[in-house]
Design a binder for this molecule. Structure first.
Ligand SMILES: CC(C)(COP(=O)(O)OP(=O)(O)OC[C@H]1O[C@@H](n2cnc3c(N)ncnc32)[C@H](O)[C@@H]1OP(=O)(O)O)[C@@H](O)C(=O)NCCC(=O)NCCS
Length: 179
């Protein structure tokens, strides 16, 4: 289904009606996705919102996409086999709403988030607008990602900084855990 027709493929429905109802449906679908049991259900609901989600992706519970509901473009793109931990937030639109600090002191940010194939995003990470996460990159739990993450980089912290690259050591992730 073309993104512009979501969620009304019927061409007899006037464009203006679709424009008005689309944000409402998006709000409902996103709320359902946040609480739905099962990654595949969450993926189906977010695809129906117009986000591009690749094959064999895993989406954890409580996923949030903070965005302009009226925006029908593909602001969130997840590659194949991307794994997203629980409570991850993708921020594709950022502004202080009706606060008078905007626009004089705060420039509203809008931007696409792209996550490359096989990347892994840890629990509770926050990804800010205009960020691209490279293929096979790893984002640590609780990271705030403000800049692009290179391919195969392991980043963590607030703001997220590169800890290392997956291929620059023989140590697999997580082996330091002493159980
Ligand atoms: C980022 C991560 C992949 C790093 O794994 P690792 O390379 O084995 O890292 P280490 O445990 O060797 O830690 C390396 C350093 O980074 C720090 N670090 C690790 N994870 C961190 C995190 N999430 N935030 C901040 N610092 C972190 C460690 O404290 C350590 O610091 P030190 O060198 O000063 O002691 C891992 O810690 C992580 O966050 N995984 C995500 C788990 C998750 O959320 N799963 C979701 C369910 S699917």
């Amino acid at each position: 289904m073309a993104r512009e027709t979501f969620p009304f493929p019927d061409e007899r429905i006037p464009f203006e009606v679709k424009q008005t109802l689309r944000p409402l449906f998006k709000r409902v679908f996103k709320t359902l996705a946040k609480h739905a049991p099962g990654s595949s259900v969450r993926i189906g609901l977010l695809r129906a919102c117009g986000f591009r989600i690749g094959e064999s992706v895993y989406l954890g519970e409580d996923i949030i996409v903070a965005e302009i509901l009226e925006d029908g473009s593909e602001k969130l793109v997840l590659g194949d086999r991307v794994a997203v931990g629980p409570r991850v937030t993708f921020v594709t639109s950022s502004d202080p709403n009706k606060s008078r600090i905007s626009p004089k002191y705060v420039t509203p940010l809008r931007g696409r988030i792209v996550v490359g194939n096989d990347a892994w995003i840890g629990a509770g990470a926050i990804i800010l607008p205009n960020v691209t996460i490279g293929e096979q990159a790893v984002v640590g739990a609780g990271a705030v990602v403000t800049k692009d993450v290179p391919r195969m980089a392991v980043v963590a912290g607030v703001p997220a900084r590169i800890l290392r690259f997956l291929d620059d050591t023989d140590k697999p992730l997580g082996v330091s855990l002493d159980i």
